[in-house]
Design a binder for this molecule. Sequence first.
Ligand SMILES: *Cc1c(COP(=O)(O)O)cnc(C)c1O
Length: 366
Amino acid sequence: MTHPFLDLPPLTAARFASIEDRVARLLDTRQDVVIMQGEALLPLEGAIRGTAGPGTTALNVITGPYGQTFGNWLRDCGATVIDLAVPFHTAVTADQIRAAFAEHPEIDFVSLVHAEAATGNTNPVAEIGEVVRAHGALFYLDAVASIGAEPVLPDAWGVDLCVIGAQKAMGGPAGVSAVSVSERAWARMAANPSAPRRSYLSLLDWKERWIDGGRTALPHAPAQLEMLALEACVERIEGDGLEAVMARHRAAASSTRAGVVALGGGLEPYVHDAREAAPVATTLRVPAGVVASEVVARVLAAEPGLPLAAGGGGLAREMIRVNHYGVDAGVGVVRGCVAALGAVLGELGMGVDVGAAVGVVEAGWR
Ligand SMILES: *Cc1c(COP(=O)(O)O)cnc(C)c1O
């Protein structure tokens, strides 16, 4: 008896290439797209180790925890790193990037996270891309949390290395990710003596052994389950229409925000300006005297399926994350989250209006 996902025929090179082409269409890019068969940290790390070295001066923008990680990899590669940290309740501006270039004209690499699911902000990549391009620096972007939730356009924005993962707004599996690589980025890697080679982290291996050979022979056995799941998730986005998927995430974010404001009780959107709030997830600040992780624990004890989490690390006391992405970007989940948060805050003695909040959430989807 054959098993539905154990006894699979081999995944062919042609199928693998066609999945890459579909991902390239999703990104509207003519750059090479390399599918990395691992969680998104694999291409995120591989792209930095491939392009950065002791001669690199990197501007590393920190708008959440991932920026911190990138800075550590860059330093590990021997790069000189200029950290530009902005408070987590806001986004970085193109003017801040411009000022950093004015102060350090030697910057030749910029790393940026597009949207941060962990802090709930999103950065103006198109405007920042113009500044980066004007200075000729290489532009590295983590679009894991933005792809599927808002436009991600590496060619239009001049992004040289654009990393995506399937596990957030794409509604796919966590074990597969991709990176688009510009000609400039390939040249930087080829000239970098410390770029990984003959390594699982190596993008150059994929270029030399797969792309340059016309994508006819895979360098090793592909991760079939993850590749098929990625194909299915891109197919589903194509079927629904990328615009419709993004609209669903926008509605989830704006209705969560509006619902929380209507709820009252001291719960507030963590990101002050709605234009800087990411469509992928909404972060909330709890009222003084209330511990976010305790509120989340009480909500999940009553309704374990809701996509709520406390902020990571030091944010666990003050931040609640509403992870309304993928299948959870819908009115039912948002209504459920806002109502359940209201119920727990009510139990804690906060003056909340759950009925008004639910009405506002529902209005946001009509
Ligand atoms: C989710 C996410 C990733 C992927 O990392 P995991 O923590 O393993 O899910 C990378 N970058 C950003 C900005 C993310 O939101």
